[in-house]
Design a protein around this ligand. Sequence first.
Ligand code: ACO
Length: 332
Amino acid sequence: MPNSHIIGTGSSIPKRVLSNSDLETIVDTSDEWISRRSGIKERRISSKKEKESTADLATRASLKAIEMANVSPESLDLIVVGTVTPDRQFPSSACMVQKELNAANAAAFDISAGCSGFLYALSVVDNAISAGTCKTALVVGVERLSTILNWEDRSTCVLLGDGAGAVVVSAVPEQGGILSTHLKSDGHLWDLLYSSYRNGNSHTPETLREIDKKPFDLKMDGNPLFKRAVGYLSDIAREAMSHNALTSEDVGLFVPHQANIRIIQGMAKNLRIPMEKVYTNVHKYGNTSSASIPLALDEANREGRMKTGDHVLLVAFGAGLTWASSMLKWVL
Ligand code: ACO
């Protein structure tokens, strides 16, 4: 059975930086509150003027991953994009990326799994490679959460941001690469975090005036989510380690979903791992949902945080609820 190796990583972030101090002028909040409760100092906000649509950001991240992988876009036979903020309800962001890349031989589709979107997409690609139906694939996590936020709700708008990350995965006979993926969902708890209005509010507005009055909205019950995030991330990290007969000491780097530094610290405490073994960039980008793990993985890779042969554990948690893991043996 072929193994799935990550042979290239890339990322792309919007130019505009929105700092906590900037947010103080938009909602009743403070740099002190945001930093202390979440660890976030700034986030990136996309702009149409800068050509930073979901497809644009995804394409830029993908081009960097393709360059590092040293493959041609024509060699891609699968493109899977994790996102909850596509530019259009249809077609998929993946098809738009396919066009921009001229990846004429790929099948392309999106996956919606909240902040676990990238790991869900990686799992689909890993399974396709194991089954022999795909040889070279592009996996992208991309979000423009700024476009679905209610910018009057201080409890959510300070936490989220925009960005994209991508990896190229290749089928090879050599051992290593993606050792495992685990996916979980609990739909009973979907209403702890959801978006309304855009792309499928459950009721049709009666009049255009009603649409005008109803801003994009994102509802989050932060406290119960926080507790579940710490618990589920810890549980799925343990499951991934035990599945691969590894302990936390065997893992060189943990790359968790970047939602809140206190969630990450809570997970690290549960797993008894020092924070030096945990990659974080939440202070720079906030929570970028599906983009958070591939963006962190690309930065960690380019900073030389992983050596060939290191075990790297990716863990995500998000809306759905969904949570997921992937254990990698780094081959780059
Ligand atoms: N500035 C100032 N005060 C604020 C702000 C703000 N931006 N937001 C909320 N507050 C106030 C609240 O009104 C509340 O005031 P009160 O005590 O007078 O009622 C107080 O701060 C405390 O609010 P809590 O919600 O209890 O604060 P908490 O310590 O739980 O932190 C947070 C909130 C950061 C949202 C945290 O719960 C969290 O990170 N939750 C998880 C988020 C998450 O993981 N989401 C899932 C992934 S996202 C995805 O899938 C797209």
